[in-house]
Design a protein around this ligand. Structure first.
Ligand code: PHE
Length: 438
């Protein structure tokens, strides 16, 4: 079994490397749909967001190893071919086309960044191959067509929880906003956040917009300071956040003024340097949910560090796909697509996952605080959050999120889309702080 696993891993790495070099594999009858489930993953394995892709790949690899060690799916092993899009949206179309046309994958996993999942989803839709993005949260991603799914929450929900956290939990009303206006994720999340802040009677005292390649934030920070916000919401990716935080500290601010979104996830430097800051995320390693505890232990054993939420989402996406392949009435991309659409209460590391009619996941979101170079969860909100906290050793936080008993929560999640998520949040957001584990 061990030998076979090594072979599997070596095989997948080899194919990835060879595919970068050329088309040698095209006609060599490489596995083929008859003896393996060929799945394509397109990720940012190098380039500006490499940490996103690498962590996700590690999560997917653990899932595939477990699936294959348990005998595979319908007596066939699952094999994932990884393609590196170098963190560039322009690379995605080609890579996804190659995976479909050359490698004949039956399904796709990817990407992390919404700006890359969207072009990938367009190709998947044209070619009628199901795609699951582990962690792209922008609304547009799944709107491209009926072949594109996600196992993460949507930014409408994330922005709402971020805004409610600032106003209701932290009790702050004067808010600064800093975001990358040319990035789909950053600008989308900033807009959702702004809407809810207005609804809650908060005020955006200063808004700073820049591009996703900006590295010098000093002028923006000085203007921010002059407006005296009590909290600054910065839905940007980790690279920009690290720079922004360093420059804010130079200007006399402290990191705990910042609140962010899942784009901060997975970066050790950010976690080391931003003690006290809060952000919304998909997962936290200290969640007392058995499924999560098991995954965290396996990941830690292998990589000698705690998994980021990207690794957790890669793992969940691969397992949701494997579950769909198993349930599919027909062993075709269409059969797999239909089975993904029917996913209900799948116990992922990041919580119970139910795919709704818009191909989005109804599931919980976590609010974490940065502490000791890692994250500690402060609250969990949304559909199924009580289940996430109900495992052995559950924290008192359960009361904060018990908007509804598990059955009701999942039933409403299954039958309706966005409104049920926001209702659950409003019901559960207020007492979050008191429920925070120390
Ligand atoms: N949600 C981000 C996006 O849609 C990607 C992301 C997910 C980044 C998780 C970090 C962690 O672009």
């Amino acid at each position: 079994m061990l030998v076979r696993r090594r072979h599997f891993l070596a095989g997948s790495v080899g194919v990835g490397a060879a595919s970068v070099l050329g088309l040698e594999l095209a006609g060599c009858g490489q596995s083929g749909p008859s003896n393996e489930w060929m799945v394509g993953a397109f990720l940012s394995l190098t380039g500006g967001d490499a940490q996103f892709g690498i962590d996700t790949q590690q999560g997917i690899q653990i899932a595939v190893e477990q699936i294959n060690e348990a005998g595979g799916i319908k007596n066939k092993k699952m094999k994932v071919l990884f393609e590196d899009d170098k963190s560039l949206p322009n690379e995605v179309t080609n890579k996804v086309q190659q995976l479909i046309d050359r490698d004949k994958v039956v399904a796709l996993l990817g990407e992390v960044a919404s700006s890359r999942s969207k072009p990938g989803g367009i190709v998947a839709s044209q070619k009628k191959i199901p795609m699951i993005t582990p962690s792209s949260t922008n609304a547009d991603v799944t709107k491209v067509g009926e072949w594109v799914f996600r196992v993460c929450f949507v930014d409408e929900f994330q922005g709402r929880v971020g805004a409610e956290f600032c106003v209701k939990t932290l009790g702050k009303k004067k808010i600064g906003l800093m975001f990358a206006e040319n990035d789909l994720y950053s600008s989308g999340l900033a807009n959702e956040f702004k809407k809810v802040i207005a609804e809650l009677g908060g005020e955006i005292v200063k808004e700073a917009k820049f591009t996703d390649s900006e590295t010098n934030f000093s002028t923006f920070i000085n203007e921010m300071k002059a407006a005296s916000p009590e909290v600054i919401y910065a839905p940007v990716y980790y690279k920009q956040m690290v720079q922004m935080n360093r420059q804010a500290i130079n200007a006399g601010l402290t990191s705990d003024i910042f609140v962010g979104g899942d784009g901060w996830s997975g970066d050790e430097v950010l976690l080391k340097e931003m003690t006290g800051a809060h952000f919304t995320d998909h997962h936290a390693p200290d969640i007392p949910w058995d499924v999560s505890k098991k995954f965290v232990a396996v990941y830690e054993g292998k990589h000698k560090k705690k998994p980021s939420s990207l690794a957790a989402m890669g793992y969940d996406a691969a397992l949701v796909l494997a579950d769909a392949i198993k349930r599919a009435k027909e062993d075709t991309p269409k059969g797999i697509r239909d089975a993904i659409a029917e996913t209900k209460n799948f116990p992922g590391v990041s919580g119970m996952i139910t795919i709704d009619a818009d191909r989005n996941a109804q599931k919980p979101i976590v609010v974490v605080q940065i502490k000791d170079g890692s994250t500690a969860y402060k609250a969990v909100h949304g559909p199924g959050s009580e289940a996430l906290l109900g495992g052995a050793g559950a924290q008192p936080t359960a009361t904060a999120s018990a908007a509804a008993p598990p059955a009701t929560a999942s039933a409403s999640a299954a039958s309706s889309a966005a409104p049920s998520a926001s209702a659950a949040v409003s019901a559960s957001a207020a007492p979050a702080t008191s429920a925070a584990p120390k």
